[in-house]
Design a protein around this ligand. Structure first.
Ligand SMILES: Nc1ncnc2c1ncn2[C@@H]1O[C@H](COP(=O)(O)OP(=O)(O)OP(=O)(O)O)[C@@H](O)[C@H]1O
Length: 283
């Protein structure tokens, strides 16, 4: 459970990037964070992991007050936060397995990590998450040999191997094509449900957010101006977040995408029913 109360951030040379933001995210809930450029989305995510220092307010992860931590306490708290990035942030010349194991660096000592001698339990964890994200056949490939979608799966696996309580996700699909974007969003939502992870997903694509997340928070000029279900995000709400515009196209795209997604899921169900067990697992 993440609880943010009265969070404000004023950068040294700038306006208030966050202005009295309060919200709670229970375990297992995925929140899509939307808003125009400069609304404060990245600042909010970065305050949670303290890459940005809040000016005032409280951020609690479970029973831990994040804003008061320093040194070892902050490092321990960050282990509980899995980060997923737009540009994947992989080490290109390392293998998929090595990239995933880097998610355990917060747990192993420096020399062990330097010599790449991870405990067997960490290897087992890495294999398990790689199986979950569908990359078991690619463990020894270098990251630079993978497609964008596969790279983001590595990014998700690296976050999961930390065994976090929350995922902080920064535009996970911005570099991906529409179909791969949907696969990645579906994977994120599914793993959060399976592992009861809370998640904040900073996402520009409103239609994609509406299709997958359970709750949407709209920021405008550092303030929460919408907090509700994807269905409640109507023209009036979009106008409150982004200003006057013709939203009929965005809303129509949501409907088209949702129909396409439903048809794709139906097709997979039919194929699974007809396939052998091994083939069905691959679908
Ligand atoms: N390091 C910084 N120093 C000063 N001002 C900053 C800094 N980082 C962000 N800001 C300002 O804070 C405000 C919020 O920025 P932020 O990057 O959080 O918005 P955002 O919603 O993530 O935008 P985008 O969608 O374009 O990434 C903006 O006015 C921005 O110019």
């Amino acid at each position: 459970m993440l609880t943010i109360a009265g969070l404000s951030k004023r950068y040294a040379k700038g306006d208030k990037a966050l202005d009295d933001v309060s919200l709670g995210i229970p375990a297992g809930q995925v929140v899509g964070l939307i808003g125009p450029s400069g609304a404060g989305k990245s600042t909010l995510i970065r305050c949670v992991n303290r890459l940005v220092e809040p000016t005032s307010g409280s951020i609690r992860l479970g029973d831990t007050e994040i804003t008061r931590l320093g040194g070892a306490g902050l490092r321990r708290a960050r282990r509980r936060m899995g980060m997923i990035f737009q540009e994947y942030a992989l080490v290109e010349r390392l293998t998929v397995m090595e990239n995933v194991l880097s998610g355990r660096l917060g747990y192993v000592g420096f020399w062990r990590a330097f010599l790449r001698r991870f405990p067997q339990a960490d290897m087992d964890r890495a294999f398990a998450v790689l199986e979950r994200v569908g990359l078991l056949d690619h463990v020894d490939k270098r990251a630079d040999e993978l497609s964008g979608g596969q790279r983001q799966r590595v990014g998700i696996a690296r976050a999961l191997v930390q065994e976090p309580d929350i995922l902080l996700v920064d535009e996970p699909t911005a570099s991906l094509d529409p179909k791969t974007s949907r696969q990645i969003m579906r994977l994120i939502v599914e793993v959060c449900a399976e592992r009861q992870l809370a998640a904040i997903v900073n996402i520009h694509d409103v239609a994609l957010a509406q299709m997958f997340v359970q709750r949407i928070i709209g920021l405008k000029a550092g303030r929460v101006v919408f907090d509700g279900s994807p269905e409640a995000l109507d023209t009036a709400a979009l106008t409150a977040i982004y200003g006057e515009e013709d939203w009929s196209r965005t809303i129509r795209e949501v409907e088209d995408d949702a129909a396409e997604e439903a048809a794709a899921q139906d097709a997979v169900r039919v194929l699974r029913a007809q396939a052998t067990p091994a083939a069905a697992r691959a679908l």
